[in-house]
Design a protein around this ligand. Structure first.
Ligand code: NAP
Length: 296
């Protein structure tokens, strides 16, 4: 098995919402440059983001300063087909991890991102029809062609991860999973234990619950927000987002949180949270606020 020297930045920049930001190409480039200045060089995309529009918005900005390509890692994902894709025969959202689809999706991502290689390609979601040999064949081809340097998965269980890994000559470098105080599933279902066991730091998506944590009024969100506010005072944090990132960063699998904001002040504040350390009791009070009960 080939070992690998792939290293994500401590935080990752997420571009799922880039179309919502309503920015000009120059303004999008300003966000990208600020990320790079802050040491956030891993840029997360997927073929389907924004109904297949987001990668092209990023690529359009990158074309203003193409030399920056070599200062960043471009990550993309494939394996989901939406009805909004350009093929006329797609009438249902579904998964497609066939070799043919993976190869075609990477070609499109490269074109849209205006680059000739991806640093990392992830299979977006586990596909019950995934034939691991077929995926391995596509990965091998993409690697040989120099189109993709490293491979990983997203939202995979440990078993699904191990199945795909068993067919590959290259090591999978990452599982990108949801981690937030509003969704702690991967903390308890073995996913993060598997990451720690294999020393594969996960990427963490929607750490802020996709923004819902700030305004949802269900009992769980109210409990979590009140606890985060108390702890923000205790640790002198600028805001409750910093406490959430510190809570994610405290996990021993060493997650790389993906920042989903297009707001430069929020991005700067998020990155500063790596200097905040929570006590175990502060960490567990957020866990308790999430579950609604104390530890058994
Ligand atoms: P998130 O950080 O949980 O949510 C970001 C949203 O929260 C943005 O709309 C942001 O708005 C809002 N927000 C941040 N601070 C706020 C505040 N103080 N008050 C109100 N709203 C606030 O992350 P996410 O965007 O859901 O996900 C991050 C990245 O993870 C995505 O870009 C994508 O790359 C990746 N992802 C992967 C998967 C997967 O299946 N692999 C799934 C989902 C996401 P502003 O822009 O206005 O700050």
């Amino acid at each position: 098995m080939q070992s690998c020297d792939f290293q994500l930045s401590s935080f990752v920049a997420g571009f799922w919402r880039i179309a919502d930001w309503q920015l000009s190409p120059q303004q999008r480039m300003a966000v990208i440059k600020r990320y790079l200045e802050l040491g956030v060089y891993s840029m997360d995309h997927a073929d389907i983001y924004g109904g297949y529009q987001c990668e092209a918005l990023f690529g359009e900005a990158l074309a203003l300063q193409p030399k920056l390509r070599h200062e960043m890692q471009l990550i993309s994902k494939c394996g989901i087909k939406l009805m909004t894709d350009k093929t006329p025969d797609t009438y249902l959202n579904h998964y497609d991890t066939s070799s043919q689809h993976i190869l075609r999706s990477v070609e499109t991502s490269l074109q849209n991102l205006q680059t000739d290689y991806l640093d990392l390609l992830l299979i977006h979601r586990p596909d019950p029809l995934m034939n691991a040999d077929d995926v391995a064949e596509a990965f091998q081809r993409l690697h040989q062609q120099g189109k993709v340097r490293h491979f990983g998965v997203s939202n995979f269980s440990p078993q699904q991860f191990d199945l795909l890994q068993s067919r590959l000559t290259q090591k999978l470098v990452c599982n990108q999973v949801e981690i937030s105080p509003t969704n702690m599933t991967t903390l308890h279902d073995g996913t993060l234990d598997h990451c720690q066991q294999h020393r594969l730091a996960p990427m963490a998506w929607s750490c802020l619950g996709g923004g819902n944590i700030f305004n949802a009024n269900d009992p769980q969100s109210l409990r979590i927000r009140a606890t985060l506010e108390t702890i923000a005072d205790e640790v002198d944090a600028e805001n409750i987002s910093q406490v959430i990132y510190a809570w994610v960063l405290a996990l021993p699998s060493k997650p790389h949180p993906i920042i989903g904001s297009g707001n430069i002040q929020r991005i700067e504040s998020a990155v500063k949270s790596q200097h905040i350390t929570l006590t175990r009791q502060q960490w567990f009070s957020i866990w308790q606020a999430s579950t609604g009960h104390g530890v058994p």
